[in-house]
Write a protein of this length. Structure first.
Length: 246
């Protein structure tokens, strides 16, 4: 639920957009709260580098679902991506089955899901690998091989994100280890089509560690949180991505 007001959201969006004229190869997806999406879509019409995403979606089409926002509604106002299975949604009780329904509905509506997976802690017995495997398999149940190229997997170690109490810094090696595992699970499930799926990192990536994660973490991109609420920091991350794309 950041930023607090539409005025702040517009300023953050505009300040970021002003610095993107030289950005040619980096895809930028901005994921604001629901009520800012339509306004920011109008601002983004002249900014080809930015695509809008929602932070969640409801899998139903129409009907008596008070308070929900459907995938069709999001697509119709110009949204093209949606974050699903974020750790904060899972903490509220969202299950892998719920996420699976949302992924299927998003694909039907024309949205590209950003599926978040990740463990809350790392233990000596390495059981966290089984947790991530279960998240991937259950969230992607029934997804056709023809659709997987539209899905992005975001590895989000909960123990490393800024809102976690007693958080610890994740390293690119931590990330690479899990990304290799994720790609193996995807390959086993979808075969050669799995190579078309992007895997990104979302453990509180910032302008200081972005380059290291991109170079050494085995990832295709980043899902920054707190750093994206500061235009300068967000732009710095974008410029790092652009420089590495050359």
């Amino acid at each position: 639920m950041n930023p607090l007001t539409l005025k702040e959201a517009e300023k953050l969006f505009s300040d970021t957009a002003k610095s993107l004229s030289a950005i040619k190869k980096t895809e930028i997806v901005v994921c604001p709260p629901f009520l800012y999406l339509e306004k920011l879509k109008k601002l983004s019409k002249k900014i080809s580098q930015i695509t809008l995403a929602a932070q969640d979606a409801f899998p139903g089409d129409v009907g008596a679902h008070t308070g929900e926002v459907s995938t069709e509604m999001l697509y119709n106002i110009g949204v093209r991506y949606v974050i699903l299975g974020h750790s904060e949604r899972r903490a509220l009780g969202e299950s892998n089955i719920d996420v699976n329904k949302k992924i299927k509905a998003s694909l039907v509506a024309g949205l590209r899901p950003i599926l978040c997976v990740g463990e809350s802690a790392r233990d000596e017995s390495h059981s966290y690998f089984n947790l991530v495997k279960m998240q991937l398999e259950e969230c992607l149940t029934g997804i056709s091989r023809n659709s997987v190229s539209k899905i992005i997997v975001a590895y989000e170690p909960i123990w490393a994100i800024s809102s976690t109490q007693d958080r610890k810094d994740a390293t690119p090696l931590d990330c690479e280890e899990m990304v290799i595992f994720i790609r193996k699970i995807l390959s086993d499930k979808f075969g050669k089509e799995a190579s078309t799926m992007r895997v990104i990192y979302g453990g509180s990536a910032n302008e200081k560690d972005a380059e290291d994660f991109l170079k050494n973490g085995g990832i295709d991109g980043l899902l920054p949180g707190r750093a994206s609420l500061n235009a300068k920091k967000f732009i710095d991350i974008i410029k790092i991505c652009e420089a590495l794309n050359k």
